[in-house]
Design a protein. Structure first.
Length: 227
């Protein structure tokens, strides 16, 4: 039958089942690859192993990703985003919601919560990315040259925060962006959570309190998290 139907005088296209199947296959392969990369390293993981774990033919892996480098980049990108949707961080609901908070303290709380969820996924990948880049210099070429995307995100957050009534007037946007970029870095997260054994929740409260004191009037801590 036709793939469109009338709805209020407009033609509404039915979901593309083939595209949905392709998306699910891509996600399944990427998830399998991530598990293997983290467990045994980039260099030691073969595409045949990825295919076996994902339950697909190795030809499917090559068809979807072309090569292991492209697969690795997709794994990193999906890990940062949390899904396979082509939506930039600054267009995601959590980031927009944080920036829309009416106070600087409220934005810091929401922003740190969102970043903590990302770091929980990404932090285990950081040593893997470094090791993969060392064994395969072309890995770095998978990402376009230019400003650090994480800096771009934190700069946008700092710009939104500067307009809040309780933002510290003596902290300009660049300084605020530096503080967000540094205190919310995956490297510092790993120092506390992986090396020192903090829980992600403890790290979140520390980061929130530190940033609230640095960026918001009144100083002190932002109080316990009751969200």
């Amino acid at each position: 039958m036709d793939d469109v139907k009338e709805s209020g005088g407009q033609k509404a296209r039915r979901p593309d089942k083939r595209a949905e199947r392709s998306r699910r296959t891509r996600e399944k392969i990427a998830e399998a690859a991530r598990d293997l990369f983290v467990a045994q390293g980039y260099g030691a993981t073969s595409l045949q192993e990825v295919a076996d774990r994902a339950g697909v033919a190795v030809q499917t892996v090559y068809f979807v990703f072309r090569n292991k480098r492209a697969l690795f980049k997709d794994v990193v990108d999906m890990t940062i985003a949390g899904d396979a949707e082509p939506v930039a961080t600054m267009d995601r609901d959590w980031f927009r919601g944080a920036c829309a908070e009416p106070t600087a303290a409220g934005q810091v709380r929401a922003h740190v919560r969102g970043v903590r969820e990302i770091l929980g996924r990404v932090a285990p990948m950081i040593p893997l990315i470094a090791a993969a880049s060392a064994t395969d210099p072309e890995i770095a070429a998978q990402w376009p040259a230019g400003p650090d995307p994480r800096w771009t995100v934190q700069r946008a957050a700092a710009e939104a925060l500067a307009d809040k009534p309780d933002a510290r007037p003596d902290v300009d946007v660049d300084r605020a962006a530096d503080l967000l970029y540094g205190l919310l870095s995956p490297e510092l997260y790993l120092v506390f959570v992986r090396d020192r054994g903090w829980s992600p929740e403890t790290w979140e409260q520390w980061a929130r309190d530190a940033l609230t004191a640095q960026l918001c009037t009144g100083g002190g801590t932002s109080g316990p998290d009751h969200a």
